[in-house]
Design a protein around this ligand. Structure first.
Ligand SMILES: [Zn+2]
Length: 173
């Protein structure tokens, strides 16, 4: 992946679309959701945006990528999004990676790796599995620092809030 990451750093179009995905992640943050964002790009323009809505919708499947794919499918009028790219602020999980395959997404661009749930290469490899027919181009590490920073500050703030609300902290553990 190192080569891809280096290429991505110089690719201003990728960075431009990743900024759109980061703006979507910001919307999640404002709603108190884990700040992850995604956009679907077809023919060089953003056709759909998504951000985490798990709490808002009481929906375990409402990850940013899933929300963006659903909207893109509606807009294109097809469950296949063959000519499209998806930009996500973090490495997609197994569910989202599976959905990308079902949608026949042509290319995935993501920001930070997710060492806990990433299913592109971190904990498993769902995309380009030898037994799947669909091949997807993958570029990781685009504006990775910004995506990671957004997530880290969210979790730091949440920890601090929890500590404030229970002054004994985790002393009972
Ligand atoms: Zn996911």
């Amino acid at each position: 992946m190192a080569t891809d990451q280096q290429t991505a750093t110089n690719d201003s179009a990728d960075e431009l679309f990743m900024l759109e995905a980061l703006a979507a992640a910001q919307r999640a943050l404002e709603a108190g959701e884990v700040p992850v964002g995604a956009v679907v790009v077809c023919d060089g323009r953003v056709i759909a945006r998504g951000w985490n809505r798990n709490l808002t919708d009481n929906d375990p499947t409402a990850h940013a990528e899933m929300v963006a794919l659903r909207e893109a499918g509606t807009i294109v009028g097809n469950h296949r999004l063959g000519g499209c790219e998806l930009f996500a602020t973090i490495e997609p999980c197994a569910m989202c990676a599976g959905a990308l395959v079902h949608a026949r997404i042509q290319r995935l661009v993501y920001g930070a790796d997710d060492p806990k749930a990433g299913a592109v290469h971190s904990i498993m490899q769902v995309l380009n599995h030898p037994q799947l027919n669909h091949r997807m181009k993958i570029t990781g590490g685009v504006l990775a620092g910004r995506s990671a920073e957004l997530l880290q500050s969210f979790f730091r703030e949440r920890r601090e809030r929890n500590t404030r609300e229970s002054p004994k902290g985790r002393a009972d553990d």
